[in-house]
Design a protein around this ligand. Structure first.
Ligand code: CAA
Ligand code: NAP
Length: 248
C-alpha cells in the first residue's frame, strides 16, 4: 500500500498499447500505478501524452529480459514508492518467422523478453507478497500460446510457458493470499498486431466470430478485475479474451 492506502501495482511494458490501457484503467479504479519502461525516447513521449490526458504515472526503467535489471528496478520502486502488491507481467515482443528461417537470436530474444521476464520480475516481488500475505500476479499471455500460430514457434512457446509458470506458482503461494493468473488475449489493436502484414491480418480477423480486433480497454478491464480484492478465490486460471477465435 502507498501512503494513501492505495494498492501499488507495477505494469511492465507500460508504454505499449496494452500497457497504456492497463495503466489508465488501474489508475481510474483506484490503484497507485507504477509503469516500467524500456526505451527512454518512447517513455518521454508517453509521459507527455499521458500528461495531456490528465494522468501522471511513476515510470521506472528496467530491461525485464535481464534478471539484475528487473531486480534493481523493483528495489528502486519499493524504496521510492512502497511495496508492490500487484505485478502485471505485460512486456513482450514478437520476431515472427517460420522455424526454418529462425535464428538463435530470434528465439532467445522472444523467450527472454516474454517468458524469462516473468521469472525475473516475479522472483523479485514474490517474497514480499508472501510476507505481507497479499499479492496479485497477472501474466499477459496470448491466444497463440493456447492454439499455436504459423510463424510463431518462439512466441507460442514463450506464451504457453507463461501459463505453466502461473499454474505452478499459484499452488505454491495460494495459502499466503497471493493469486497468480494468466490472461490470454486474442488479436488486439496495438502496434504489435499492426506489424502483421495486412493481407495476413485480414485473414486472421475473418476467423474471429466477433469479426474485429479486440480493444485495449477490453483487456484492461479484465486485468483490473483480477487485480481487485474480491478475486481472492481465483488462482491458477487462464482467462481467454479473444472474440471467440479460440474456444475450448
Ligand atoms: N498457414 C499455412 N501456410 C502459410 C501461412 C499460414 N498461416 N502463412 C504462410 N503460409 C505459407 C505460404 O502460403 C507459403 O507457401 P508456399 O511456399 O507453398 O507458397 C509459405 O508458407 C511461405 O510463406 P511466406 O514466404 O510468406 O513465409 P515467411 O517465412 O515469410 O513467414 C510470416 C511469413 C512471417 C509467418 C507471416 O505469414 C506473418 O507475419 N504471419 C502472421 C503471424 C502472426 O499472426 N503473428 C501475430 C503477431 S501479433 C501477436 O503475436 C499478438 C498476439 O499474441 C495475438
Ligand atoms: P506493444 O505495443 O509492442 O508493447 C510492448 C511493450 O513491451 C513496449 O512498451 C515495449 O517497450 C515493452 N518491452 C519490450 N521489450 C522489453 C524489455 N526487454 N523490457 C521492458 N519492456 C520491454 O505490444 P502490446 O500489444 O501492447 O503487447 C503487450 C503484451 O500483450 C505483450 O506481452 C504481448 O505479447 C501481449 N499480447 C498482445 C496481443 C495483441 O494482440 N496486441 C495479444 C495477446 C497478447 P519498448 O518498445 O520501449 O521496447
Amino acid at each position: 500500500m502507498d501512503k494513501q492506502n492505495k494498492r501499488i501495482v507495477l505494469v511492465t511494458g507500460a508504454t505499449g498499447g496494452l500497457g497504456t490501457a492497463i495503466c489508465k484503467k488501474l489508475h481510474d479504479d483506484g490503484f497507485h500505478v507504477v509503469g516500467n519502461f524500456h526505451t527512454k525516447e518512447k517513455a518521454d513521449k508517453w509521459m507527455e501524452e499521458r500528461h495531456h490526458e490528465g494522468y501522471h504515472f511513476d515510470l521506472f526503467y528496467g530491461d525485464v529480459a535481464d534478471f539484475k535489471s528487473a531486480g534493481d528496478m523493483v528495489k528502486l520502486i519499493e524504496e521510492k514508492i512502497g511495496p508492490i502488491d500487484t505485478l502485471v507481467n505485460n512486456a513482450g515482443i514478437t520476431r515472427d518467422t517460420r522455424l526454418v528461417n529462425m535464428s538463435p537470436e530470434d528465439w532467445y530474444a522472444v523467450i527472454n523478453t516474454n517468458l524469462s521476464s516473468v521469472f525475473n520480475c516475479t522472483r523479485n516481488v514474490i517474497e514480499g507478497m508472501v510476507a505481507r500475505k497479499f499479492g496479485r500476479v497477472i501474466n499477459i499471455s496470448s491466444v497463440n500460446g493456447q492454439r499455436g500460430q504459423f510463424g510463431q514457434t518462439n512466441y507460442s512457446a514463450a506464451k504457453a510457458g507463461m501459463h505453466g509458470f502461473t499454474k505452478s506458482l499459484a499452488m505454491e503461494v495460494a495459502k499466503y493470499g497471493v493469486t497468480v493468473n494468466t490472461i490470454s488475449p486474442g488479436y488486439i489493436a496495438t502496434d504489435m498486431v499492426m506489424a502483421v502484414p495486412e493481407k495476413v491480418l485480414t485473414q486472421i480477423v475473418a476467423q474471429v466470430p466477433l469479426g474485429r480486433l479486440g480493444g485495449t480497454h477490453e483487456v484492461a478491464h479484465l486485468v483490473s478485475f483480477l487485480a481487485s480484492e474480491e478475486t481472492s478465490f481465483i488462482t491458477g486460471a487462464n482467462y481467454a479474451i479473444n472474440g471467440g477465435q479460440h474456444v475450448f
